[in-house]
Design a protein around this ligand. Structure first.
Ligand code: UDP
Length: 363
């Protein structure tokens, strides 16, 4: 048997685990089916000199000091703090909803009433899911809940997830802030790696004990026997050649455009919850404050994942799908030298910092 450890996938999860293992003295082979490292965080400079996130906007944010410390060994970060605008009834307003969003969207009498009621009933700066407003015995707060549900969640979710059953976990992910902080994330540490994510991952993988092979598909369970250990960040159903059926995912398609103007829109991301078939438009030069007479944008279109046609972006964590995942995990017990991790390997909607934390805690 080989004394090497195999890591399948060169994204944040795979690169973090590989680095940790290499620093413990292990020989690590990292294999990726794609022609590039960094997985879905992959970015590159385009012909306009703008660093483009090829799989959609990635913003690093965490409140975990150990994760922040680890990633900063491989890149310097700027102090970019993400805000997301949504076009609601023709007006651009920051989401998640906060007191300023309410002021921007509603006439002053209604906004005043809502603000008074919210401040009376909830703590300042508390994050309240809209389901909480529905429970209140108050017509204005019930109106606010239905308004946000319809204008922010319902149509966006139809496009994003292909269903009009909005999961409670989703509305809880974007709660209303009883304050005026318009940032999308409230984490202590936020930023974009100066030099880009691809460079960050390259630095992480740059170690004498790590060898990286690209454009190389892992052959599944059979190949794992050749290695001392395998850390697999792909989808577990593929590992087992789909013998229990396919795990569903959502995918995305991006349409990139160049505009002959310094800026196209007022913010890095504008969501279109109610209009059009795309969910959002990204404008990438905001992230590193890159200057160019031109600008690069991308329209984001959600679509189902189809094997061989597009990539997996989001696990669809319904009860049935998670049960199927668990069946695969049970099957995996026979492979004692194999461990699964990452958004695909764990079938969990991780943010980048959660992927890094999971990888760090595994080694
Ligand atoms: N969401 C929504 N409307 C929005 C923004 C988000 O309904 O304008 C919901 C939607 O279901 C989405 C989830 O919240 O999938 C998480 O959104 P986020 O932007 O955090 O997701 P990501 O950037 O990971 O795609």
């Amino acid at each position: 048997m080989n004394s090497q450890i195999l890591v399948v996938g060169a994204g944040f999860s795979g690169a973090s685990v590989a680095r940790k293992l290499a620093e413990q003295g292990e020989d690590v082979l990292v294999m990726d089916r794609l022609g590039h490292i960094a997985g879905a965080a992959y970015d590159e400079k385009d012909q306009n000199g703008i660093t483009v996130h090829k799989y959609g906007s990635h913003i690093f944010h965490t409140s975990k000091p150990q994760v922040w410390k680890f990633v900063r060994r491989f890149a310097q970060f700027n102090t970019y703090m993400h805000k997301v605008c949504a076009l609601i009834d023709g007006t651009e307003a920051f989401i998640p909803f906060n007191l300023s969003t309410i002021r921007k969207l509603f006439p002053p009498t209604l906004a005043n009433r809502l603000e008074e009621k919210l401040l009376e009933r909830f703590d300042y700066n508390a994050k309240i899911p809209i389901s909480e407003f529905k429970k209140q015995n108050d017509a204005d707060l019930k109106f606010l809940a239905s308004y946000i549900y319809e204008k922010v969640f319902l149509n966006y979710t139809k496009k994003q997830w292909g269903t009009d059953k909005v999961d409670r976990a989703v509305t809880a992910r974007v709660p209303v802030l009883i304050g005026t902080d318009s940032r999308y994330f409230s984490d202590v540490y936020q930023g974009i790696p100066i030099g880009g994510y691809t460079r960050l991952i390259e630095n992480m993988l740059s170690h004498k004990k790590i060898r990286v092979v690209l454009n190389r598909k892992f052959e599944g369970a059979r190949e794992s026997k050749k290695f001392k250990a395998v850390y697999y960040t792909g989808s577990i159903d593929e590992f087992f050649e789909y013998n229990l059926g396919m795990l569903p995912y959502r995918s995305l398609r991006f349409e990139f455009r160049t505009h002959d103007a310094p800026y196209y829109q007022s913010n890095s991301v504008i969501n279109y919850p109610c209009n059009y078939d795309f969910t959002r438009i990204h404008e990438f030069k905001y992230y590193l404050d890159e200057r160019s007479p031109k600008t690069t944008i991308a329209y984001e279109y959600p679509q189902p994942f189809i094997d061989g046609e597009n990539e997996r972006f989001y696990p669809i964590e319904t009860r049935a799908n998670s049960a199927l995942y668990k069946k695969y995990l049970k099957q995996a017990q026979k492979f004692e030298n194999v461990r699964f991790l990452g958004r695909l390997g764990d079938y969990k909607y991780y943010n980048m910092d959660e992927a890094v934390e999971r990888a760090m805690s595994m080694v």
